[in-house]
Design a protein around this ligand. Structure first.
Ligand code: SF4
Length: 247
C-alpha cells in the first residue's frame, strides 16, 4: 500500500473537514457504540491495553482521580501550554503547504471499520509538508515505554495515514519524564527530531500492521462484539482505584 492510504479524495484537509461534519451530525443524532458514544478516543484505546475492564468501570462508575493523576495532568499542561490556539484545519493546511509546524494537542480524527476514532496527540511535528513525528509525553518512573504507550502513538500515526497525509518520513517519539525531573522542553524538542533514541526520548517507526490489528481488537469492544477483558497483571490490580468494585 502507498504512503497515501486515503482513497476517494486526495486532499487531507478536505477529508478532515468532511469527517468533522460527519462526526458533528452523529453527535447530534446519538452514537451507536457502547454507552451511546459516537466515537472512541485514542486515549481509551490505549487504556484498553492496560486494563479494558478499568476503562469500562470509568464509564459505568465514573472516573476516580488519584493524586498521581492530578500531578501528572498539571505537569503535562506545562509541556503543551505553549501552543497558541488556531483551528486544527488551519494548522494542518499550513503544515501541509510546507511550514515547519509543532502542532500541540491538535484534534485528529478518522474512521476505521465505520467507527470514528478521535484524539489529541501531545504534538505532531511537520517538516516539508509531511508529518515527521507524533509525540507523546509520559510522566512515569518506568525506564522504557510500555505496550499501551506504543498503542497510543501508533494509532495516532494510523489516523494521519488514513487522512491521506504522506507518512513516508513519520516516526513516533515517546518521551518518558520521571516524576522528580523538571523537563527541559528545548532539549527534549531537539531529541524528538533527532535520528536515534537518546536519554528519555524513544523514537520508533510505526508498525502499521500491528497498529491495525490493535485497533481492530479495541474496536470489537466498542462495537459490542465482545465483553471487556480484565488485565492478567496482578500488580496493576493492586494499584487500581477500582479494585474494590471489580468483580
Ligand atoms: S482491579 Fe484489576 S482487573 Fe479490575 S479494573 Fe482494576 S486493574 Fe482491571
Amino acid at each position: 500500500m502507498s504512503s497515501h492510504e486515503g482513497t476517494e479524495e486526495q486532499d487531507p484537509v478536505t477529508r478532515y473537514l468532511r469527517m468533522l461534519t460527519e462526526l458533528s451530525d452523529l453527535r447530534r443524532r446519538g452514537g451507536t457504540l457502547r454507552f451511546g458514544l459516537p466515537s472512541v478516543t485514542v486515549s481509551d484505546i490505549a487504556s484498553q491495553f492496560y486494563c479494558e475492564r478499568k476503562v469500562e468501570l470509568r464509564y459505568t462508575i465514573g472516573r476516580i482521580r488519584t493524586k498521581e493523576m492530578m500531578d501528572g495532568a498539571t505537569r503535562h499542561v506545562g509541556l503543551v501550554e505553549r501552543a497558541a490556539y488556531e483551528p486544527p484545519e488551519k494548522i494542518l493546511r499550513s503544515a501541509l503547504l510546507g511550514k515547519p509546524t509543532w502542532a500541540s494537542e491538535v484534534f485528529l480524527l478518522s474512521k476505521f471499520r465505520n467507527v470514528f476514532v478521535t484524539g489529541k496527540p501531545d504534538a505532531v511535528v511537520f517538516e516539508e509538508g509531511k508529518p515527521l513525528r507524533v509525540v507523546e509525553y509520559k510522566f512515569t518512573g518506568t525506564k522504557t515505554p510500555t505496550h499501551y504507550h506504543h498503542v497510543q502513538a501508533r494509532v495516532y500515526c494510523l489516523i494521519l495515514k488514513k487522512l491521506g497525509l504522506d507518512t513516508s518520513a513519520l516516526r513516533y517519539a515517546i518521551v518518558l519524564i520521571p516524576p522528580d525531573l523538571v523537563p527541559d522542553f528545548r532539549k527534549i524538542s531537539k531529541l524528538i527530531v533527532g535520528e536515534t533514541s537518546k536519554e528519555n526520548v524513544f523514537l520508533w517507526d510505526p508498525d502499521w500492521e500491528r497498529a491495525r490489528a490493535e485497533l481492530d481488537w479495541a474496536l470489537q469492544y466498542w462495537r459490542g462484539e465482545r465483553e471487556a477483558e480484565p488485565t492478567t497483571n496482578r500488580g496493576r490490580c493492586e494499584r487500581c482505584e477500582y479494585r474494590e468494585m471489580c468483580v
